[in-house]
Write a protein that binds this ligand. Sequence first.
Ligand code: HEM
Length: 149
Amino acid sequence: MAQGRPGVRVGAHRVLRGAVLLAGLLAFGQPVLAGGFLQGHYPLLKAHEIAAMILATVVLVSLVAALLIWRPGGGPGAPARDQLITLVVIAVQMMLGFSRELIIHVPLGVGVVIMVMKNAESVWRLPLRAPSAAAPDASGLASPAEVDA
Ligand code: HEM
């Protein structure tokens, strides 16, 4: 993991961290907006649609950042895989919303919220910098200064 371009990896990881937080907020707001619409606040359907488009854009940005972490960053490829799967599921979710297939759209929406939250958790758990193998302390573990998580 220490190979590749650390500058690109750390920069892209910072972008990814911000993007997954924003995606989490947007996804969390979707059932609220949909509920408001179902309760009779009809303009909230437009807000639900706009939030869906912003969410898809933010996940696309996350995918690009995650790809840069992998290549040329030299970091793990799992975040890119996760963001790609999430982007495809959100695209399907939006099509189901526009075609009013609520019997699938509502439960899949719950799945999207969980998926986006899990992505955020795993991206924030990933250390920002790879621990240096050069200077372990007496315990053999990296010192806190080496793992800037
Ligand atoms: C989190 C991801 C979600 C995305 C990306 C999404 C996206 C969309 C889109 C694009 C529409 C069409 C809006 C329009 O026609 O103007 C829609 C409609 C709708 N969505 Fe979602 N949605 C999500 C989650 C949810 C959830 C969790 C619920 C319910 C708990 C929900 C309930 C609805 C309802 C009730 C409609 C309106 C259908 C109608 O017009 O009869 N959505 N959604």
